[in-house]
Design a binder for this molecule. Sequence first.
Ligand SMILES: C[S@@+](CC[C@H](N)C(=O)[O-])C[C@H]1O[C@@H](n2cnc3c(N)ncnc32)[C@H](O)[C@@H]1O
Length: 277
Amino acid sequence: MTPDDFHFLARLVRRRGGLALGDGKGAGLEQRLMPVMRRFGFRESAALIGELRLGNDTLAAAVTEAMTVNETSFFRDPPQFARLRDEMLPRLLTARGQERHLRIWSAACAAGQEVWSLAMMLDAMPLHGWTIDLVASDICGDAVARAAAGHYSQYEVMRGLSEEDVARHFVPQESGFLISDRLKRMVRFRKFNLMDSYGWLDGLDLVLCRNVLMHFDRAARLSVLERLADTMSPDGLLVLGDTETVQGCADLYQELPGGTGIYMKARAQITRLNAAI
Ligand SMILES: C[S@@+](CC[C@H](N)C(=O)[O-])C[C@H]1O[C@@H](n2cnc3c(N)ncnc32)[C@H](O)[C@@H]1O
């Protein structure tokens, strides 16, 4: 790929998906474009970029999705999930004891293991009479469809789940395992790009935005962190991946002691919000 084509592509996926492509020197880039080239009938990346330059929006969306990293697993980062289960969710439940309503968002859910892990944890809690609004989204339509289908291979369920978890929450299929209807009823899925408008989101008590901002460039990461803060209730919590931080947005968030990547809104933000009311 010529440097000019690379810079065009890098700008496009940055603008559309917030994603940073690095220096483009690795062989991985062309490889990741291969499925899109096959699907749209291009033999060379130059022809694909040429079509992108003409403004083909469907192709641009497919290329952006092809640049995402979809690695995930059930209960990925177990200490973080343990802290959510033992400390954070009980704290939120106490705080919401009057209204008995929780809003939770898995903001880059990939194939769904993250949100199903949350649903399993919530299913084990005494939530009779509560309304739990559990929403999961991702920029990749295929990932969202997989997540909503809730069908996983033997290998996938073995990554993070115990035999008891599988027996309790899945129905064995001819190939793999299907998430139970009880859990399916708990989650709503939608395709959503973190670079788009967050108008449909408000008053979130818990936001999981894990292992996605690490792939964004700095400006996109800061813009997402700022807008996430606006969607969260004043005492809401933000959970990031273990290599991610709120660097550059320290006035908006403070990490909870213990270093497990769980953040609450900083006092300045709470004060700002109160002033706006
Ligand atoms: C590495 S996976 C992380 C999945 C899960 N959160 C976890 O921690 O296991 C990153 C996900 O972010 C999604 N993603 C990348 N850019 C996005 C964007 N602009 N908006 C929404 N999702 C995005 C990718 O499609 C991918 O599924």
